[in-house]
Design a protein around this ligand. Structure first.
Ligand SMILES: C[S@@+](CC[C@H](N)C(=O)[O-])C[C@H]1O[C@@H](n2cnc3c(N)ncnc32)[C@H](O)[C@@H]1O
Length: 349
């Protein structure tokens, strides 16, 4: 008889289970410590204090109560955000990049702001019984800004690094072509694309009028108005066939389509023969083990908002099947981080 047939797993004890729950409390404290540090400028001020600062100096620089600041510093040490040397506090290695540097592909600060927003857990709880759904136009400008912050490193990893991993695409972009950013949100991606590919023209489509207003201002401020057209429209109604594009990019939004098959058909119709669709999205775990990883748990947090707009993040493989179903060819995938994957395909020539 083999061992696997005779050995039943030992039931987990309360002593083993309690630390699992306690680690969640510790994570909650760390999350609040980060958000507090970001919102009040304590993390930024420590980043600027090259040799570190005492908590009194930090309080003095920001006009805060020294006792309260010392309590924050202590929690920041516990959370591994800050190192202490005598009475001086200094940001731990790479924390400034991860939490403050919006140009870094590793930037994480935006996700903290998203998960701290009332739209995620508070609104979910409020609607738990009614099941009431919402749409982007009912969310706050702070929420749109937070989402745009969380989306920024996705665009940073995509442009140009991720796009160069799609066979043939970098050459087309370098030569100059028309590119659509579908669900362009607040326009950050278009500005990055326009800087990376000076020979290209862009169309940004989004269903939320406020996001398009923010995008329009950003694009005008960047001096790009002559290379960009913005359209307020659900992707389910998008029709770019009069002026087709060579590339369609969709960043962290494809899972939100209310009719994803219709959108995929509209994208196909918008593409020139041989044109590329690149879906850049969260690869949601499709196993319980995956859900229990750190990325899986963070993505499960995002699902509380997605549920309210009537969707969920999707497993990465779903997109390969979607593109195959709609007749795309040369379908491929690239994993950029555990929370970011590309799926791409071409309209047949
Ligand atoms: C998570 S945000 C991402 C925005 C942007 N791509 C970024 O990464 O910053 C999702 C965006 O998709 C838009 N959106 C979602 N579903 C849509 C649909 N069916 N048609 C048009 N826009 C849609 C929303 O209005 C919102 O601006």
């Amino acid at each position: 008889m083999s061992t696997s047939e005779t050995t039943a797993p030992e039931p987990i004890t309360i002593k083993e289970q309690a630390p699992v729950l306690l680690s969640h409390l510790a994570g909650f404290v760390a999350q609040r410590t980060v958000v507090l540090g970001l919102r009040t400028g304590m993390i930024k001020t420590l980043a600027e204090a090259g040799e570190g600062a005492t908590s009194d100096q930090l309080a003095g620089r920001l006009g805060f109560d020294p006792w309260y600041v010392s309590v924050w510093c202590q929690s920041a040490v516990g959370a591994g955000l800050v190192d202490r040397d005598g009475d001086r506090y200094r940001l731990a290695p790479h924390v400034a990049t991860l939490l403050l540097d919006t140009s870094s592909p590793a930037y994480l600060g935006g996700v903290y702001a998203v998960l701290d927003s009332p739209e995620v857990f508070d609104w979910f709880e409020r609607s738990l019984a009614s099941g009431e759904r919402l749409w982007w136009d009912q969310t706050s400008p702070d929420w749109i800004a937070a989402v745009s912050g969380a989306g920024t490193p996705f665009y940073t990893r995509l442009i140009p690094g991720g796009l160069t991993q799609v066979p043939g695409l970098a050459e087309a972009l370098a030569a100059g072509c028309r590119v659509a950013d579908t669900a362009c949100g607040a326009g950050l991606g278009i500005v990055k694309l326009a800087a990376a590919y000076p020979g290209c023209e862009f169309v940004g489509v989004d269903g939320d009028a406020h996001s398009i207003d923010v995008a329009s201002k950003r694009i005008t401020d960047a001096g790009l108005a002559d290379r960009v057209t913005l359209v307020t429209s659900p992707l389910e109604d998008m029709d770019l066939s009069a002026d087709p594009v060579a590339v369609v990019i969709n960043n962290i939004s494809m899972h939100e389509c209310r009719d994803i098959d219709k959108v995929t058909e509209n994208v196909k119709a918008a593409l020139e023969p041989g044109g590329w669709l690149v879906i850049s999205d969260f690869p949601f775990p499709d196993t319980d083990d995956g859900l229990r990883t750190v990325p899986g748990r963070v993505m499960s947090g995002i699902q509380f908002f997605e549920a309210q707009i009537d969707d969920q993040l999707l497993p990465r493989v779903y997109y390969s099947e979607l593109l195959a179903k709609h007749g795309f060819v040369d379908i491929g995938t690239v994993s950029l981080t555990p929370m970011h994957a590309l799926t791409f395909g071409r309209r047949p020539s």
